[in-house]
Design a protein around this ligand. Structure first.
Ligand code: LMR
Length: 390
């Protein structure tokens, strides 16, 4: 049986972690995979999360099953963070806990196929390398359209809108809610408004990937675009992740929210989500969601989480400013958001930085801004500028 399998290329981002780990050079710099690092280069557990874990250890009295929706209170607490307080009671929006943002994206794609095999999803280029495999694996047809021009470091909005005019009612648009991965180039408020108008006019369905809320310009601001398009659309999906904004990467904690046309439709969607989840992971892992629930249900822990999230956000902005100041050709980095930006380097230059300086970034020249410690940021900028100068 297995002799018929074809060799697979390993996931390039995960491969990069292994390559960097194997490099013995003490001065190596890891700006590969998207993990927050503090000024000293570590990824500590957030104070509020650590506290919640202690409470969980002391108070949890059973590990019995919770069911396919996961922790319903966790989902209830995340809903207003994503959609705003006013939408908390909107019974057209239902949600289930998922294993991270990946689980949410995959569950959403499965739901789309189940609802309408002919629905297509429009995806801007470039995008996170795992979007296409996740979506296509479920059998949704993907239509690529322009999003970002590397040479001018701008969003090619007109070309994007032209392409979206080709979408039919019921087709989907994949949108990065904030902190675009890999470019860092987020839609401006007026661009979100234009998309919201298109979505409403043409009956399109936004599918928002919101994996970095709070790490661009703040928790509320980072959700504004998502709220605009979801409100404008009759139906929508949002894949949410707590992995980054609670720093619980390996706990795989997220939600899929779906907005249906009315409360009755939302009930039907919910039944389908539960059925689909049952066929994939049956029930999501509990620990991360339980810790997040404890944080959000406690006023002091919630306040401390917000403070630490704002500190992380401020550090990202500070490193962006330092890189931008290093060379006029890097000035655009300060105008972008979140953990990622793409450098004006060819693949050959990226590989040369790896060999010459032990600098590990994705082949696309995407860097994790906070892979840089206070100590390494200037050294990194010098090496990049030297390479750009040829
Ligand atoms: C990234 O883009 O680096 C992160 O989202 C990690 C991942 O799973 O690829």
């Amino acid at each position: 049986l297995f002799d018929r399998l074809e060799e697979q290329k390993s996931d390039s981002l995960l491969q990069l972690i292994a390559l960097c780990n194997a490099d013995p050079r003490a001065e190596k710099i890891d700006v590969g995979v998207g993990v927050y690092r503090d000024a000293a280069g570590g990824t500590p557990i957030l104070r509020a999360v650590k506290e919640a874990e202690k409470i969980l250890l002391e108070t949890q009295d059973t590990k019995s099953y919770l069911g396919s929706q996961g922790d319903a209170r966790f989902v209830e607490l995340i809903k207003p963070i994503v959609f705003g307080e006013a939408a908390a009671a909107d019974d057209r929006i239902v949600g289930v806990q998922t294993p991270g943002g990946c689980g949410a994206l995959r569950l959403g794609a499965e739901l789309i196929v189940k609802a309408n095999r002919a629905a297509r999803i429009f995806v801007g280029q470039p995008t996170w390398p795992n979007h296409a495999p996740l979506i296509e694996c479920a059998g949704v047809e993907m239509v690529a359209h322009p999003y970002y021009d590397r040479d001018t470091q701008t969003i090619t909005f007109d070309a994007m809108m032209d392409a979206l005019e080709g979408a039919n009612a019921g087709d989907l648009i994949l949108l990065h809610g904030s902190c675009h991965n890999p470019t860092g180039a987020d839609l401006a408020p007026d661009q979100w408004r234009t998309i919201a108008e298109l979505v409403a006019r043409r009956g399109l369905v936004p599918f928002v990937d919101l994996a970095y809320q709070g790490l661009g310009n703040g928790l509320e601001q980072d959700a504004e675009g998502t709220r605009l398009v979801v409100e404008a659309a009759e139906q929508a999906l949002v894949a949410q992740s707590c992995d980054k904004n609670f720093g619980i990467y390996r706990e795989r904690t997220g939600c899929l929210f779906v907005k249906a046309s009315d409360a009755r439709g939302a009930g039907v969607v919910m039944g389908n989500l539960l059925g689909l989840a049952r066929t994939m992971w049956s029930m999501p892992p509990d620990h991360g969601a339980a810790a997040v629930r404890i944080v959000l249900d406690d006023a002091d822990l919630r306040r401390d989480w917000r403070a630490e999230l704002d500190e992380m956000c401020a550090r990202i902005r500070a490193i962006r400013a330092r890189l931008a100041a290093a060379d006029p050709r890097l000035a655009y980095i300060d105008r972008q958001n979140g953990m990622f930006s793409m450098l004006p380097l060819s693949k050959e230059q990226v590989l040369a930085l790896r060999d010459d300086h032990g600098i590990y970034m994705a082949d696309s020249a995407r860097i994790n801004i906070v892979g840089l410690s206070d100590e390494s940021v200037d050294r990194f900028a010098r090496a990049v500028v030297e390479k750009m100068d040829g």
